[in-house]
Structures are given as C-alpha cells and as structure tokens.
Design a protein around this ligand. Structure first.
Ligand SMILES: Cc1cc2nc3c(=O)[nH]c(=O)nc-3n(C[C@H](O)[C@H](O)[C@H](O)COP(=O)(O)OP(=O)(O)OC[C@H]3O[C@@H](n4cnc5c(N)ncnc54)[C@H](O)[C@@H]3O)c2cc1C
Length: 247
C-alpha cells in the first residue's frame, strides 16, 4: 500500500498531525496498534483524572466545550474526548495494526506492520512520550516477596497484595496513588526524592496521605514538607476560586 505520509499512533499527537495533514490535503494514514487514545484506555489507573483543567484541553480545531471548564476529565472522558476528535476530523485510521519496523527505501520509507506494508515519503512517529516507566536499577534488589509494579500496571488498590505499601516518587502520580491506597485503609509510606515542586503545583491529588517523606534516612510527615504545603495551598486557592465563581 502506498500513501504520502504514515502517522504512527492515534493519541492526541497523531490525530493533531492528521488534522494538519488533512488541512493541507496531504494523503496519509494513521496506524494504531490498538484503538484511538490507547494510552489513556490501557496505561492509566482507574481513578486518574487529568492534571490539566478542561479549559486547557485543546487540539487543532477542537476544544473542550462542556459546562465544567474548570473541571478535570476522568480517563473515560479523556478517551471519549480524543475519540470524538478522531471522528470530527475523519482521521484515516487503521486500528489494530502494530508497526514493527520502519526502514528507508529509495523513494522514502517502508513501514512494516503486523497487517501488511506501507510505502510513503514521510513517517510521523507519534508513539508517545510517557510510555515506558523509568525503573531505577535498585529495584532489582527488592526481595521477590515484595510485589513491585509501576503506574503503567497499577489500576486500583484492590489489585495489591495484603499489607503496607511504599510509593516511591512523590510527584503527581505518586501523590495521587499514595492518597488512593491510603484511603483504601492501608499503611502508606510516600518516599520523596529530589524533584521539582512545580510538578506538584498543578497537581490534583486530593486528601492527605498518612505516609512520611523520607529524606537522608529521616522520615518526615508529608504535611511538614514544603512541597506538600505548597501543593495544599494551591489546592485551597483553587477551591476558594471555584467557590467564588459559584457565588
Ligand atoms: C500518569 C500520566 C498522567 C498524565 N496526565 C496528563 C495530564 O493531566 N495532562 C496532559 O496534558 N498530559 C498528561 N499526561 C501526558 C500525556 O499522557 C501525554 O502527553 C500524551 O498522551 C502524549 O500524547 P501522544 O499522542 O504523543 O502519545 P500517546 O497518547 O501515548 O499515543 C501514542 C499512541 O501510539 C500508539 N503506538 C505506540 N507504538 C505503536 C506501534 N508500534 N504501532 C502502532 N501504534 C503504536 C499507542 O498505542 C498510542 O495510542 C500524563 C501521562 C501519564 C503517564
């Protein structure tokens, strides 16, 4: 099969690219290994909501148009939002097709998939930016009796083995997961490394964790952490803002 451009991946980047190519009448296909918005459907935990408010959710020629501009979408809502966009722009999708290799050919590229080959002049790699969990080398030293998993495989507290939980990393993901696991009645330790507080400034985790912040072997309650306080103040400010808007 032959086309001018092959876009690999039907997340928001691949679809935005598709919209821009269509606008310029560039013949193309969007190859997706599963379904549109696959990362949001398959690689996020159940209770995750976007960190970005609805008013910020924009794609070329499309934006959130619901009534809750200051709200934060759930994962099914994000998947619906992106799917709606794919329909709106009539993206030339080929779903259920995994690209296994891309190689140069004289006149462009040969894109091999588990569903045939495409020849094209241009390939757009829109396969995602956050799709591989970073697991530090020391994870190999964790005893096999301790279950370890990354956020890519985490769905909800019910899947965890009995007992306490340590969440390593206290940016938006770690804080949200720690709060959720703690609400499920488990003891949680939240380990904070050396990361930038801005990650938390726009975070959305609600509630408090009873975990402790570990620093130089010292355990500190998260409430005592400047990052936590900054985050909490930010959430309070946002709640006050929402209350003022409603009044
Ligand atoms: C836990 C978490 C929370 C996040 N929260 C937010 C947030 O609140 N707000 C925000 O703006 N961003 C957030 N992000 C970032 C956001 O997910 C990414 O920026 C966004 O998904 C990138 O879009 P993308 O289209 O580039 O990639 P993706 O959405 O990952 O899409 C890539 C697509 O490529 C497909 N693909 C991959 N390999 C192949 C292949 N070989 N063949 C065919 N198809 C393939 C995948 O199936 C997938 O559908 C979050 C990320 C994570 C991990």
């Amino acid at each position: 099969m032959r086309t001018t451009a092959v876009v690999i991946g039907a997340g928001q980047s691949g679809l935005a690219m598709s919209r821009c190519l269509s606008e310029r009448s560039v013949d193309h296909v969007v190859l997706e290994r599963n379904d549109v918005a696959n990362s949001w459907r398959k690689e996020r935990w159940d209770s995750l909501r976007l960190l970005t408010p609805n008013w910020q959710c924009r794609l070329p020629g499309f934006a959130y148009y619901g009534p809750d501009q200051d709200g934060f979408m759930t994962m099914p809502e994000v998947a619906d939002f992106i799917s709606e966009y794919a329909k709106l722009i009539a993206a030339p999708l080929v779903c259920g097709t995994t690209v296994t290799s891309v190689r140069r050919a004289d006149e462009g590229y040969v894109v091999t998939t588990d569903n045939g080959q495409w020849r094209c002049a241009t390939v757009v790699l829109a396969t995602g930016a956050f799709n591989v969990a970073t697991v530090p080398a020391f994870a190999a030293a964790v005893p096999s009796a301790v279950t370890t998993l990354t956020p890519m495989g985490y769905r909800n507290p019910a899947q965890l083995a009995e007992g306490g939980v340590m969440v390593v990393g206290a940016s938006a993901t770690g804080v949200q997961i720690a709060a959720e696991v703690q609400r499920s009645g488990r003891g949680v330790v939240l380990a904070v490394g050396d990361h930038h507080p801005r990650h938390l400034q726009c975070g959305r985790a609600r509630g408090r964790t009873s975990g402790r912040r570990l620093e130089g072997g010292r355990a500190i309650r998260p409430e005592q952490s400047p990052i936590y306080r900054q985050f909490r103040d930010r959430l309070r400010h946002r709640a006050d803002h929402a209350a003022r808007d409603q009044a």
